[in-house]
Design a protein around this ligand. Structure first.
Ligand code: IPM
Ligand code: MN
Length: 335
């Protein structure tokens, strides 16, 4: 069938809650698209942590490095303190595997428009307030002090912005918007702005704009058509992409790629949604975000024809259980 001829080694982390259900469906759809892959399951996430204390050991991380890609469902279980799995598993993979771009595409129809908008957010994925710089003093006293730093390196900002311009240069509209808060975060904002302008000079055919992040929230809701590629820092990108999901058909459709564009190791693909423990095991979770994340994985593995076919098969809505939606989309690919 339409594939590159290569066999891809995929590490699968179903994770917690609805994660394993939607991941199983996504893999079924990838197989139906005729892509040749071998999968290896890794039992990681909140449930594993509660069972034997492992979050992501250095040995497991070393094993993951041998794969071509990682497909992740969702992680997070009630009863695990906040941050344990997020920092110890998800962020550890993003940082250690140098997944410095978080790419999140959106397609939707804004109120008052009949034409769909289509844009993509490039979120810096290894720096900013996510690095865990800071600390706490005098904890639990009235004099408690907490600081949380934001780390922005010239190298980290530049490689992310350059990725955004490279992507935009290959798109029809060829436009990049920088989103930040340069009027308040003057140190980091200035580094982002200068770097953006310098990289932009290398891409004379790509148009540019700048929005403050608060204004961008209004435009995401009222006028998403103005965007083609949006590039922003880690935390702004986290918040904006949930908003992007909400205005583009809901978080059940939002897909993401954590990319190491230098390809020094595997990239990781995951739906934006979480583990949704309240609906886990009921066969009611929407698997489309996981399926579209698997399509992003195929793009990165040079299986773009299969990825495009999967996206086309997801375009017509399907109503039913998790497994029914998967079966229907798989049938469209085979039919
Ligand atoms: C996301 C998630 C993560 C993030 C959490 C789970 C650490 O919200 O991928 O958007 O903040 O990056
Ligand atoms: Mn998020």
């Amino acid at each position: 069938m339409s594939n590159s001829g290569a066999q891809h080694r995929i590490a699968v982390i179903g994770g917690d809650g609805i994660g394993p259900e939607v991941t199983a469906v996504a893999l079924k759809v990838v197989a139906a698209a005729g892509v040749d892959m071998v999968t290896t399951e890794f039992d990681l996430g909140g449930a594993r942590y509660l069972r034997d204390g492992e979050v992501l050991s250095d040995e497991t991380l070393a094993e993951l490095r041998h794969f071509d890609a990682i497909l992740l469902g969702a992680v997070g279980t009630p009863g695990v303190p906040p941050g344990v799995i997020e920092r110890g598993l998800l962020l550890k993979m993003r940082f250690e595997l140098d997944l410095y771009v978080n790419q999140r595409p959106f397609v939707g129809t804004a109120p008052g428009h009949d034409r769909p908008h289509e844009f993509v957010v490039i979120r810096e994925n290894t720096e900013g307030p996510y690095v865990g710089e800071g600390g706490v003093l005098r904890k639990g006293t009235p004099f408690e002090v907490a600081t949380q730093g934001s780390v922005n390196t010239r190298m980290g900002v530049e490689r992310c912005i350059r990725y955004a311009f490279e992507l935009a240069a290959g798109r029809e509209r060829r436009h990049v918007t920088l989103v930040h808060k340069t009027n308040v975060l003057t140190f980091a904002g200035n580094l982002w702005e200068r770097t953006f302008d310098e990289v932009a000079a290398d891409y004379p055919d790509v148009g540019t704009a700048y929005n403050h992040v608060d204004a961008a929230c209004i435009y995401f809701v009222q006028d998403p058509h103005r965007y083609d590629v949006v590039v922003t820092d880690n935390l702004f990108g986290d918040i904006l992409t949930d908003l992007g999901g909400a205005v583009s058909g809901g978080i059940g459709l939002a897909s993401s790629a954590n990319l190491n564009p230098a390809r020094t190791g595997p990239s990781m693909f995951e739906p934006v949604h979480g583990s949704a423990p309240d609906i886990a095991g009921q066969n009611v979770a929407n698997p489309v975000a996981a399926i579209l994340s698997a399509a992003l994985m195929l793009d990165f593995l040079d299986e773009t024809a299969a990825a495009d076919r999967i996206r086309a098969a997801c375009a017509e809505p399907v109503i039913g259980s998790t497994t029914h939606v998967g079966d229907e989309i798989a049938a469209r690919l085979q039919g």
